[in-house]
Design a protein around this ligand. Sequence first.
Ligand code: T46
Length: 138
Amino acid sequence: MELIRWLDFERLGDNRGELIAIEIGVDKIIPFEIKRVYYIYATAPGISRGFHAHRNLKQIAICVSGTCKMVLDNGTVRQETIMNSATRGLVIESMVWREMHDFSPDCVLLVLASEHYEESDYIRSYETFLEEQACLKN
Ligand code: T46
């Protein structure tokens, strides 16, 4: 099963530089209504982030600067990818454990989210994640 799925954005750049636009309600590329946008940046050296899953939230992560490693795990399959392109977004479905490692100092990860921030949507224990995944499969 492939957990690493990308959306490729149309590049509108020219000889001055690059530009990518995502227009809500016009572009159909984002598979949900965007309710929240946040970005992760200035991650301290050697620090990893994430280590949780979301019960309901779906997200698109776009590395607009620098690089980091994203690990996705659905409880059965664990896959990783390098985030280093502003021209594509990684689809992160609900009930997928995510970890982010190896941030470059200039890494900026822009995230488009299907829901408002809700702490109760987070599963921050891997054991609980596996238990809830098992319940979904039964
Ligand atoms: C995810 C990965 C890719 C808010 O108050 N509002 C928000 O919209 C977000 C995203 C976070 N927060 C608070 C919650 C924590 O007190 O900001 C603090 C840091 O969040 P967290 O530790 O969850 O950050 P990361 O980098 O581990 O995870 C984040 C997102 O939270 C998460 O949804 O999928 O990025």
